[in-house]
Design a protein around this ligand. Structure first.
Ligand SMILES: [Zn+2]
Ligand SMILES: [Zn+2]
Length: 283
């Protein structure tokens, strides 16, 4: 994919959940792209958040598979797809975090440009039904009904109410679940598909900006589009003892066409690690 390839106008965004609302305006403004959504596109066949269809492969593989489907469906050569994974924060497991990745696939060359974003304050939450007071405080916290909920019996997917966005439907679902399986715990969770989760849609807008940053950055060696951060170099020295720590000393930017690399400093300008982060000073 060269910079001239990016002057195409129509690019498919392989989504059935309104993600074009997050990507469309950003990529139109930054790259002049007109995003096309395939009609009747079914990405749930590649896995769902609620587990009826398990995902196979990594989220990146799933995103690339979606992009390939979108390209096949529309006959366009450039396809964007994104995929999210929500779970415990990688460093603070008691907090939730969301990883959103986006890929741009060029079906002519098979080349893939990737970008990602980590949301450390996602709306990704659940409670088990106890009292109305607990339920009310949960609903306030997640900003129901802009954020919708799922109800089901814990550990089961046979009877599941998704996209609940008003109190009446919530009440009906609670009654139905308690009748159908007396004594079982009822789980109330935030819906995670992007069109039902406003916070995810916001994250996807930021991800679209990051993807545009990467796509508009060209490789200094071969001029290909998509030059950017691919790795970090560890070993920032401790301010106390000078020993290298696990913190990054800088970024590695690379090209996915010619393998050109460049070393960049840390964005925050940090030159030494706090001794609290050092294995020697603070074992
Ligand atoms: Zn030290
Ligand atoms: Zn290059």
């Amino acid at each position: 994919m060269t910079l001239t390839d990016l002057t195409v106008r129509k690019v498919v965004v392989a989504t059935m959940y309104g993600k074009e609302r997050a990507f469309g305006p950003v990529l139109a403004k930054r790259l002049g792209w007109d995003l096309v959504v395939p009609d009747g596109f079914d990405t749930d066949a590649l896995g769902t958040f609620t587990g009826e269809v398990p995902r196979s492969g990594t989220i990146e593989e799933t995103a690339i598979a979606k992009a390939r489907l979108g390209a096949a469906e529309t006959g366009l050569s450039l396809a964007i797809a994104s995929e999210g994974a929500y779970g415990p924060h990688p460093h603070f497991p008691f907090l939730g975090a969301g990883l959103e990745i986006a890929v741009l696939l060029d079906t002519h060359t098979g080349r893939v440009i990737r970008e990602h974003i980590l949301d450390e304050r996602p709306v990704y939450d659940h409670i088990t039904y106890g009292s109305q007071t607990e339920l009310d405080s949960f609903l306030d916290r997640i900003r129901f009904p802009q954020q919708t909920v799922i109800l089901r019996n814990q550990g089961k997917t046979d009877k599941i109410f998704k996209g609940i966005q008003d109190r009446d439907s919530l009440g009906t679902a609670l009654i139905a679940l308690s009748k159908s399986s007396a004594g079982e715990t009822i789980l109330i969770q935030t819906d995670m598909p992007a069109h039902l989760n406003p916070r995810r849609m916001e994250s996807l807008g930021l991800l679209a900006e990051k993807l545009a940053d990467r796509l508009t950055c060209k490789c200094p060696a071969c001029d290909a589009a998509g030059f950017g951060l691919t790795d970090t170099r560890k070993g920032l020295r401790c301010a106390g003892c000078g020993h290298p720590t696990r913190l990054a000393v800088g970024e590695i930017w690379s090209c996915t066409v010619c393998s050109h690399l460049s070393h960049q400093p840390r964005r925050d300008g940090l030159a030494e690690a706090d001794p609290g982060q050092c294995e020697r000073c603070n074992p």
